[in-house]
Design a protein around this ligand. Sequence first.
Ligand SMILES: [Zn+2]
Length: 270
Amino acid sequence: MAAAIPSPLAVSSRSCLLPRLFCHTRPHNWKRIILPFPTDSPPLRRAALGVFAHARRGFSFQEDDYASPSDLKFVPPLKIVEYPDPRLRARNKRINTFDENLKKLADEMFDVMYKTDGIGLSAPQVGMNIQLMVFNPAGERGEGEEIVLVNPVVQKATKKTLLCNEGCLSFPGIFADVERPASVKIDARDIMGARFRFNLSKLPARVFQHEFDHLQGILFVDRMTKDVLDSIRSELKALEKKYEDLTEKPSPEKIDDYKQSKQLVGFARA
Ligand SMILES: [Zn+2]
């Protein structure tokens, strides 16, 4: 997710109910408000996160659902994959190897995220089709808290939703309003493979949900209303043209063929 900046959409009549700073600008002092991840208090942090046994009710996973060593191989520096690259729509495999290579990959993802002025980044956005995301709503190295989530699952999402202005590193320069639940309860593994469950709200919830969508092959344009989509249609078509010029292949998707699916309205597991 790219750092949000003020845009004309930010003052629409349905503008975000969160304080402006959470949706439209980058706050200057995130250390104070990036709960539940206080950086300076490990015991508090552990209590806030809570560690729970992970139960995947009703799901069974086969061997090929997991990333192989070749799926996890990468060559730095990583580069951002832009819409309409098909890797943004591909299935992302779960991870069950927690080693130095995975840590290095997460570090490289933070590097490219900070360099491109982002606050969140998912693995498919750097061409890696695996269930890994990194984010830091402060958007600056050494500020806020760096979060790495592996194989995340949304257990619950609030009925209450908020409309906020979002950007995406895979859609450079494009910002538009997207509606999402205000808070989510998630399960995930950390970079060491430890399972945990916690609640997210405010900006961390927004960034998490944006990146979680990437891990399902869902892009923020999929969650926009037709009017909002119309407002960025020409910019999306320019990205499609750029892809065609660079690859000499037809764009794998076109915004003009786009039909919003009601199925995408769901945000969490039942
Ligand atoms: Zn994105």
